[in-house]
Design a binder for this molecule. Sequence first.
Ligand code: CA2
Length: 143
Amino acid sequence: MKHHILILNGPNLNLLGQREPDQYGDISLDTLEQKLRAEFSDVELSFYQSNHEGDLVDRLHEGHRSGLSGIVFNPGAYTHTSVALRDAVKAIATPVIEVHLSNIYSREPFRHFSYLAPVCVGQISGLGMAGYSLAVRWLKSHD
Ligand code: CA2
C-alpha cells in the first residue's frame, strides 16, 4: 500500500526563507516541498499551508475522511493558543506528528507549552527542516 501523508503548515510559515533565517533557516516552503518529494518518491505527499485556524481544522478533518496514513503538522503560533486544533487532532484517528523548526523549549516561556503535543503521536522540535523528513520516515514505517 502506498502511504499518503499530508505536510500541514500553519500561520506565517509561508514566509520561510524570506525572513528570520537565523531562527527558521533560509529554505522556503517550496524548496522544502521539492526536497521531501525527491526524498520520498515512494510516498504520495500533499502540502497545505494556511494562516487561518479554521482552514487548518478543516484540513485535519478532510485528511481523516480521505484515509491519509499520517499528518506532519507545524501549527506555528497556534501550537501555544489553539484548543480548536487540539480538539481536531484528538477527534481524528489519523496519526499526527507535531514538528517545529526551532527548539520551542529554548525560546520564550510562552512557547514552552503546546496544546497539541498531548494529542499527537510525537513531537520533533529544533531540528529545522530535517524534522519534517524524520516525521515522514516514522509515519511510513508505522501503520
Ligand atoms: O519553530 C517553529 O516551527 C514554530 O512553529 C514557528 C512559529 C512559532 O510561533 C512557534 O513558536 C514555533 C512561527 C512561524 C513563523 O515563521 C516565520 C518564518 C519566516 C519568517 C518569519 C516567520
